[in-house]
Design a protein around this ligand. Sequence first.
Ligand code: ZN
Length: 388
Amino acid sequence: MKKQTTFILFAVIFSFFANTAESKSILKDVRINQSENETRLVLDLSEKVKYKLFTLNRPDRIVIDLYQADLGKGLKTNFNKAGLINGIRIARNNSRRIRMVIETSEILFYRLSAIPKNPNPNHRLVIDLKKAFEGSKKVAASSVNRKKFIVAIDPGHGGKDPGAQGSQVIEKELVLKISKKLKKLIDQEKTMSAFLIRDNDSFPCPDNRSNCRQQESLSERITRAKEGKADLLISIHADAFSDRSVRGATLYALSDSRKIRRGSDYKVMYRPKTKNNVKLKSTSSRKSLSRVTGDDIDAQDQSIEIGKHILKEMKKDVRIRKKTPREAEFAVLKSTSVASVLIETSYLSNKDDEKFLINPRNQDKIVEAIVRGLKSYSATTRKDLGKK
Ligand SMILES: [Zn+2]
């Protein structure tokens, strides 16, 4: 009840301000541009406008109120499904306000920017929509449905980039060895399969170029994971640090809302309640788990969830530096469409860690722990999705 009062008060103050503005702005046109994972909505207005944006759930909606505004003659007020937008309704809400209700296909990242006219004849409000939880939803679904769970394994560095230097081994060679073992073990599982982002001493570059910049190589690794239809990307590394006494493995993963590029103004529409687990959408609750897809599921931050399961298993056989996944904005962790973890298998700068890492038996222990972690994640997801 209290919330409602605040809202009304807010609206009253807002329209008071709007009253003092000069002329009315006319909403002349509404344009929608869409690509696979992003949709852009552009409102063309005759003048600068005061607006308010808020989001609602059930169904997921973005509402934009335009104050001291009017509908242009012949403007379409109903829009059907386009991209991430399920539909739009525009109506005069009261004498001073136009309300635009945008129903979205799911919870999205959104960004609103106001662009002044000149040289364009119109003042524009641009709303960019982007999928936020695609990777989380996909990995959760694939871990329980009848399709194969596909893992892309990324041996860090390669070619011109050796990575960390130990006294007996360099990182790019060690992580390729471990990655090959991991692929072999995953492929032995009936419900899983794996592929390598690089399977020799090469530096992955776009369009199979022989050379590229570090940043290009990192995004190429994600591209290859997506092209291989990976549900999960596991990047394998070995650390080095100036303090040679530092030891142990670290696992990095990013929560979905931190996968937005730094400096962008995107916000998440709202955080679903299924914070650390997954839930079948009510519309899909009768579906058998063997047939679910990402669209049937509400899920977020599954990269971190998977990381927790892997770490829990690694702890049994490998010295661990941090007990929980650490969040770091590594490029390979930033894709919203593929869940991902990065494992620093431990420190080549530490003598004992290096000795541990170069022993093939210990490499087996690491990859066995990762596979146990994946199976344990899948079992937990199955249990969570089974709950009503
Ligand atoms: Zn590395």
